[in-house]
Ligand binder design. Sequence first.
Ligand SMILES: Nc1ncnc2c1ncn2[C@@H]1O[C@H](COP(=O)(O)OP(=O)(O)O)[C@@H](O)[C@H]1O
Ligand SMILES: [Mg+2]
Length: 296
Amino acid sequence: MPISLRGAKVLKDLSNEELRTLHMVETLLKKGEYAPKEKVADYSGYREKDVDLYLSRLNKLKLTRRWTGQFVGYTLTLSGFDALALNKLYIDKKVYGVGRSSGVGKESDIYYAVDFEDNEVMLKINRTGRASFKKVKRKRDFLEGKFHYSMFSVAEIASKREYENLLKLQGQNLPIPVLKGFNRHMIVMNIIDGVELVKVQYPKKPIKLLEKIVEFAKTLYQKYNLVHADLTEYNILYDIRKDSITIIDFPQAVSTEHPESVNLLRRDFTHLLDFFGKKWSITTDEVETVIDYIIK
Ligand SMILES: Nc1ncnc2c1ncn2[C@@H]1O[C@H](COP(=O)(O)OP(=O)(O)O)[C@@H](O)[C@H]1O
Ligand SMILES: [Mg+2]
């Protein structure tokens, strides 16, 4: 697990020209597998020998990776992509600095960060596609097509979905994270007090928690036309002091218009009822009764 975020650490050492060059590489990667050095110079308007310097610095800092074939080209590394997102969050005055890692989720890295008012916030970095990235990196033969950028864009798309889902739900007193910022594959939000339900041994009244989750799913469905679709004991945080829950992790939430929405809801609650039943010996209604209650 990375203790500190490389992309954040090197950011303060980059000049504006180097940052702009990095951004140029990103833009060019949308058009091809590598950003040709000449094009970086063309687009940026910098002299080629300056671009050489900027690129070799970026490469040394492992924000880009050089490729030599029919031309000399560059691609972004994960740290390079992180640096671009963090730089924007800094410019937008959303994140002042990044601290220690708080953990690794199924498809994300979570870091503590501070905002410009010195409050601690949570930085969720989407890493969808990372597993395939590593696999492919080992096997150079696979480095074809627009693979590099497509890995960044899947993370970006997932993050954007999560941001948009959460945005719809803000300011309504729902038990969800409060959004603070967003760029590329990163979401800034408040830090939720609590631990994942999977790690909780003795909540005050497990049945009450389940009721709260059902009520949340019902509100989401009825009022906001959404189904969470990954409502598991890992995505429900429990605050023992307040005896309250918060629901997190929204990239996969679907609209109630989605043809599979009810099936996804059923999958969520089949799983959750089973979890509550096994862990706290709760007998509940049949899953179909719960689903009917939520959707009707
Ligand atoms: N805002 C937050 N406050 C506190 N902990 C969080 C927050 N967001 C995420 N976490 C922690 O990080 C873990 C992974 O985050 P999550 O949003 O579920 O991403 P993933 O898609 O990787 O599962 C969560 O299970 C939770 O323990
Ligand atoms: Mg999760």
